[in-house]
Design a protein around this ligand. Structure first.
Ligand code: SF4
Length: 312
């Protein structure tokens, strides 16, 4: 994946943020020793019935709006695709996605992801417009990192159209939740804080997602600060993930027991609403597992949502 750094991120790096630098500047030579065997550990391709759609969990489907993001996070799970035109959705592709969702009435929740849905607002608008008329869809989630990459973009006309559409769906149809990917307190500048209030005015509920990253946020004080800042801005810390096992991204992965120790310390410090769930998206497409960190040990197996044992 090519390096792509917005002027906003560049200014933060130039001001001395190591955390931003370590996420976006390609560390040449660091990722030569490959241990993880695949670029697609979550096996998303296997669960894709039609281009742009991933249907892995019964009630939830994910639509990949595009492969484009304003900035390229070097630890990205979808680094195999990001920045390429292969994810561009034609009218026909969108029609196929919508037909599939209409037929599969068990799908009640749609996640728009990518790529960043707010970076390609026209496609996102079209998808939202069509999803709005499918009665079986009861909740829409949008995953984004544009507030971190380029907060000023939200003042652009096309993104404002999407926000107006979201406001209308929120009011008349179903809740739209926005999940923003934050990894470090340096990402929450004054502009970003102001943007959180603007987004909340559209009626969306804001959640955050975080990834444990070595030399970025594998530290109790840093994560304490991040989650308390988000909490005070009305952004609910939802998930903190173990970094996915993507080939070439080994240097970002934090030792499992270090994460457990950090989570125990955070559990003792943070109010309940500021404490995210600690999740391991198990390789091999096995799904999201809540890590039972209060046992202070990493078990060799976990139970999935259906109670089946998953060996790791
Ligand atoms: S915003 Fe998300 S999809 Fe885009 S590069 Fe970053 S982690 Fe990957």
């Amino acid at each position: 994946m090519k390096e792509r750094i917005t002027p906003h991120l560049r200014a933060l790096i130039d001001a001395g943020s190591e955390a931003i630098k370590n996420q976006f500047v390609k560390m040449r030579g660091k990722n030569t020793k490959k241990k993880f065997p695949t670029l697609d550990p979550l096996e998303e391709e296997k669960y894709s019935p039609t281009k742009g759609l991933v249907h892995k969990y019964k009630r939830t489907a994910l639509i990949k709006v595009s492969n484009y993001c304003a900035g390229h996070c070097q630890f990205c799970t979808r680094c195999r695709d990001i920045g390429t035109p292969e994810g561009d959705l034609s009218k026909e592709d969108i029609k196929n996605i919508i037909t599939y969702v209409e037929k599969h009435t068990e799908i009640v929740e749609i996640i728009l992801s990518g790529g960043d849905p707010f970076f390609t607002p026209n496609v996102t608008y079209e998808l939202l417009d069509k999803l709005d008329s499918i009665k079986s869809v009861r909740v829409i989630r949008i995953g984004t990192r544009l507030p971190v990459h380029a907060p000023r973009s939200f003042k652009q006309r096309n993104v404002l159209d999407v926000l107006e559409k979201i406001e209308a769906i929120n009011r008349f149809r179903c809740p739209v939740h926005v999940l923003i990917h934050f990894n470090h307190p340096d990402e929450i500048t004054k502009e970003v804080s102001d943007l959180m209030w603007d987004l909340r005015r559209t009626g969306v509920v804001l959640f955050s997602q975080t990834v444990f990253l070595r030399d970025v946020n594998d530290n109790v004080d840093i994560l304490d600060k991040l989650f308390m800042k988000l909490h005070s801005l009305g952004v609910i810390p939802y998930y903190i993930y173990r970094c996915d096992y993507v080939a070439g991204r080994e240097h970002f992965v934090v030792p499992f027991m270090r994460e457990v120790r950090i989570m125990i310390a955070l559990w003792k410090r943070l109010p309940g609403l500021a404490l995210p769930q600690y999740i391991f998206d198990a390789p091999g497409g096995k799904g999201k597992i809540r890590v039972p960190y209060l046992s202070r040990q990493i078990p060799r197996s976990f139970a999935d949502t259906e109670g089946k044992t998953i060996e790791i």
